[in-house]
Design a protein around this ligand. Sequence first.
Ligand code: TLP
Length: 345
Amino acid sequence: MKPIDLRSDTLTQPTPAMREAMANAEVGDDVFEEDPTLKKLETLAAKKIGKESALFVPSGTMGNLISVLSHCQRGDEVLLGDRSHIFVHEVGGMAALGGVHPRILRNNEDGTLPLPLIEQSIRQTDIHYPLTRLICLENTHNFCHGTPLSPEYMDSVAVLAAKYGLKIHLDGARLFNAAVALDVEVETLTRQADSVMFCLSKGLSAPVGSLVSGNRDFIQRARKMRKMVGGGMRQAGHLAAAGLVALENLVERLKDDHQNARLLAEQLTVIKGIELDQTQVKTNIIFFKLNHPEIDGDTFLSRLEAKSIKILMTDPGVFRAVLHREVSREQVETVAQTIKTILAQ
Ligand code: TLP
């Protein structure tokens, strides 16, 4: 039996339409900028994000890295959240590979960075200090319950950035989840940022790839950085073909994942031994704590696995479940029922 896999939306398999589009894609060598399908995807992405230009990259991690490297010089400082993916989950790439200095600000529970904290963290001109260059935001904020950041919040960060001459990079791995959840145009969440990364390979179900967008100059620098870190691809149009299907056909359905996440949260909240704040569930990601006198985190995971259900333990006793295209409403019911049975033992 195929497991119900809630570890991540990255586990989504390509749809039949994607497989067909990939097989039949017209391709060329993208380092020579001669792949027509890739160009089509980059043009569509730039249009959707509301920027001049876009660049296809193999992963979100690479997209964030080359964005930071394209904005910053060695020794520059970047302001970012202590729960941001770039800080926690990207192997310290900006420091290791770019000599860029991360300055960590404590995230609010909703994924925002407090505005006064941002302002007081911006360096004065002083011979002892690095230069503050960039603010990184994340929307939706994965490890802050998948919360979408509002256009109003993004606007207020942009006002600060403009006041101090800073750039903004948006890690929008799940940007389309944010737009769908808030029922706003994507552009209302990207107009504030100088660069935006979003992923095709999460809820949008494409097998590989992310896009970085920004103005023409920025994308020219990013293209060179991508080559430097080994991300210049050849007949990548085969991958882009799946991305086109994702952007054209799979955005609207993200609301089904959000509905399923709410349903799962509703059903888990009432189970004894689970601590979950339903009001925090706004997109496709749920976090909950296990508080059971006899069952610890590892036992819980292995009992779930024995029933063909997979979730992720992100900290001892803390779990993340991510809803996606391959988890149906019926399977949500099965997951909740199984958890109830395990914890009743
Ligand atoms: N997130 C993955 C894991 O790395 C944790 C997941 O399962 O959620 N930004 C954000 C906000 C992300 O959530 C991720 C992936 C990335 C960037 C990196 O994307 P990839 O995996 O394509 O490098």
